[in-house]
Design a protein around this ligand. Structure first.
Ligand code: IVH
Length: 684
């Protein structure tokens, strides 16, 4: 009878027992080390080893897999033969472009002053680059001799690393031997990481996957997770010549390594690819903190050389670093003056772009439900562009019960209601107090808001609390009924303070219309909208406006118009009472000229403006007789584009909308910010 050529040939690995696997692996090891010839594909051999690890993690054979007869380095320290360098970094498009200019100059040997010049070169063939995610793991090097794994070491300080052979050889994606290795030594370098999927499975006691990976790799015994749970992306090969970075990655893949996801591109395409990576990043199963951009042409790269810190042919373009991991402590429900109840995450302190953050907005109930937050969750807090921090995602869920949406207002105890705001896509659920007028927190906030808007000195939260708790004030109109004698009786309030407060109120009895409108605390009716409304008439006239009129007048949109008109109607009684105490001044913005150069124009701004802030720009438009809007609609006549938006790979939604309107035959003009002001100067 014919003997099978080797034990268990052709048998499905999934069905093999540990003993069978061990036998097969031992057989192939012996064949390979003795004869240098493999009888089965490496992938199959690796699967057997992997499966054996699953079934019998401590099998003595595993400790021998790929083990060399002799280990060259003894002890913990490993001197790197070629230093493991760092990477040059950039954080913004401008910094990246500056890097490209420097690179263009270094490659061409000529100074490159402008972006255009750099662009010319960036379009050429030598400017091909390979893009890989910058993996947030542990840099590690694997040394092979004659195809056998000899040693694994961490990066350490770049010159001297730590021997982690014992654990690192168990990492997935690290072959014990190379498929078709050259004779002599090669080193394969890359990043060991813990996938987010695996990280999510382990308990929440680790700050992030990177720390857990490091702990596992360096643990002398009993790590929190098995080293085989870790994975390896190979991005570099030392000791062999390749014409290009891409070939290097391909060779690594042929040897049984896993290269990181990569793209070969012209330098000019990098900004767009970066923007795409920012989007795609959320779907990656590993942490990455940027994109590594490397020249593909090895000969050109070698000519450029390295500094003592980094190679000159590569740069890491970092994602916005203003995010961090922390633990969710609880959710607080904050009642706004309008009665809206917003969930706020309370977290353990985390340092984000230089500030310690302990509170992060959760926006609304839909978002809370999406995140399914539980106390003790490990969460990522993100603070993009300096705005209020928010909870980006749950990294590791705790086992506690998910946080429930309160059925009663945390401030007044009245039942809550969930409203669906379907003007947003997708629609969002908002929690509101069903009796905002009686809700103390909501009332307190609305009185405080009134005082702050009218700059009533002395009426801070302490005084507002005092007068409200004493029952002297229920709403802003009651403020004007306060008597020095009453105030004086309150705790911690002397006669002087009492009369100062009353004097403040008296001083503020003439209120400009715009301020008055803001002080009412109507959703959507802030300074900007109020500024637009006041050019349309006095308070009495404004109170008569219909939703359609407001919406049409300023292209504020139906929802804003509804809130403005509805808010004024709801506060009708309050406004009437306030008018018994104060005078609302109708002052049209000075210089508001019906025949100004912008009369008949509805102007919208997008992007960051260089000449002045957006509000000032909108005010300037109104002064010149035009209207300023916040959204692009078919009525918009001019869209003014600031900053680099024109050429941006990610145009704003306003710019996209305007272009679409143009393509449909609309008459909207799209002009750059400098063009817009220059044109006005020309006509003034
Ligand atoms: S390229 C000079 N590609 O980031 C070595 N490095 O901050 C650069 N890193 O220690 C090799 N992901 O270990 C390269 N896709 C990637 C990377 C990457 C992470 C590490 C690298 C280096 C560190 C520099």
């Amino acid at each position: 009878m014919l003997q099978p050529p080797f034990p268990y040939a052709g048998q499905p690995i999934a069905q093999m027992s540990a003993t069978e696997l061990a036998e097969a692996v031992a057989f192939h090891n012996a064949r390979y080390y003795a004869d240098g010839a493999a009888l089965i594909p490496d992938a199959e051999y690796d699967s057997m080893v992997e499966k054996l690890r699953d079934l019998a993690p401590n099998h003595p054979l595993l400790l021998q897999v790929g083990a060399p007869a002799q280990v060259v380095e003894a002890g913990d320290k490993v001197q790197h033969r070629v230093p493991m360098l760092s990477l040059d970094k950039c954080n913004t498009l401008e910094e990246f472009q500056a890097w490209v200019r420097g690179l263009a100059a270094a490659v061409t040997g000529k100074p490159v002053r402008s972006l255009d010049e750099a662009q010319l070169w960036a379009d050429s063939a030598t400017a091909q680059v390979v893009l890989t995610p910058k993996i947030d793991g542990l840099a590690c090097t694997f040394r092979y001799r004659d195809g056998q794994l000899l040693l694994a070491a961490t990066r350490g300080d770049g010159q001297v690393g730590e021997d982690v052979t014992h654990s690192a050889r168990q990492v997935r994606g690290v072959p014990g031997r190379l498929a078709d290795a050259p004779r002599g030594e090669v080193e394969v370098r890359g990043e060991i990481y813990l996938s987010l999927g695996e990280f999510a499975k382990v308990s929440a006691q680790f700050a992030n996957p990177r720390n857990l990976a490091a702990g596992t790799l360096k643990a002398k015994d009993n790590p929190a997770i098995a080293p085989r749970t870790l994975q390896f992306f190979a991005y570099d090969v030392q000791g062999m010549d390749f014409a290009s970075k891409r070939e290097r990655l391909q060779w690594a893949a042929q040897q049984g390594f896993v290269p990181p996801p990569h793209q070969l591109l012209g330098l000019a395409q990098v900004p767009e690819a970066f923007a795409q990576a920012v989007e795609a990043r959320t779907t990656w199963d590993f942490e990455a903190d940027g994109i590594v951009v490397e020249l593909n042409d090895v000969a050109v790269a070698q000519r450029l050389g390295t500094t003592s810190h980094h190679p000159r042919w590569a740069v890491a373009w970092k994602f916005h670093a203003d995010s961090g991991l922390t633990r969710l402590v609880d959710v607080e429900w904050s009642v706004a003056r309008t009665g809206t109840i917003t969930p706020v995450a309370l977290t353990e302190p985390v340092l984000l772009s230089g500030a310690t953050v302990t509170r992060a907005t959760l926006h609304n109930v839909s978002n809370l439900k999406r995140l399914a937050l539980r106390p003790g969750d490990q969460v990522e807090v993100v603070r993009r562009g300096g705005v209020i921090p928010h909870i980006e995602r749950v990294v590791v869920a705790s086992e506690a019960e998910p946080i429930a949406v309160p059925t009663n207002c945390p401030s007044c105890g009245a039942p809550t209601r969930l409203l669906v705001r379907d003007e947003r896509h997708p629609p969002v659920e908002i929690l509101v107090c069903s009796q905002p007028d009686q809700c103390t927190t909501a009332r307190r906030r609305s009185v405080l808001h009134y005082c702050q808007t009218l700059e009533l000195e002395g009426f801070g939260d302490k005084v507002v609390d005092l007068v409200m708790e004493a029952g002297l004030v229920q709403d802003p109109a009651d403020l004007y009924t306060l008597q020095a004698g009453d105030l004086q009786e309150l705790p911690r309030m002397g006669a002087v303070m009492a009369s100062n407060l009353v004097a403040q109120l008296d001083k503020g009895r003439r209120v400009p219309l715009q301020k008055f409108l803001c002080a009412l605390g109507i959703s959507s009716l802030g300074k900007q909208t109020a500024g637009l409304l006041v050019s349309r008439g006095d308070l009495a006239a404004l109170r008569q406006l219909t939703v359609a009129e407001v919406a049409a007048l300023h292209s504020l949109g139906d929802k804003t118009a509804e809130q403005v008109v509805g808010g004024l109607a709801e506060r009708s009684a309050l406004i009437d009472r306030l008018l018994q105490h104060i005078e609302v001044l109708v002052e049209r913005p000075s210089g508001d000229s019906p025949n100004g150069p912008l009369s008949g124009q509805l102007v919208v701004f997008t992007g960051s403006l260089a000449k002045m802030g957006r509000r000032d720009a909108q005010t300037a438009v109104v002064k010149l007789g035009g209207l300023a809007g916040d959204t692009v609609t078919s009525e918009t006549t001019v869209l003014v584009v600031g900053g680099d938006e024109f050429d941006s790979p990610t145009p704003s939604s306003k710019l996209k909308k305007a272009r679409k309107l143009q393509s449909q035959g609309g008459t909207i003009r799209i002009v750059s910010e400098p063009e817009f002001w220059a044109d006005l100067e020309g006509r003034a």
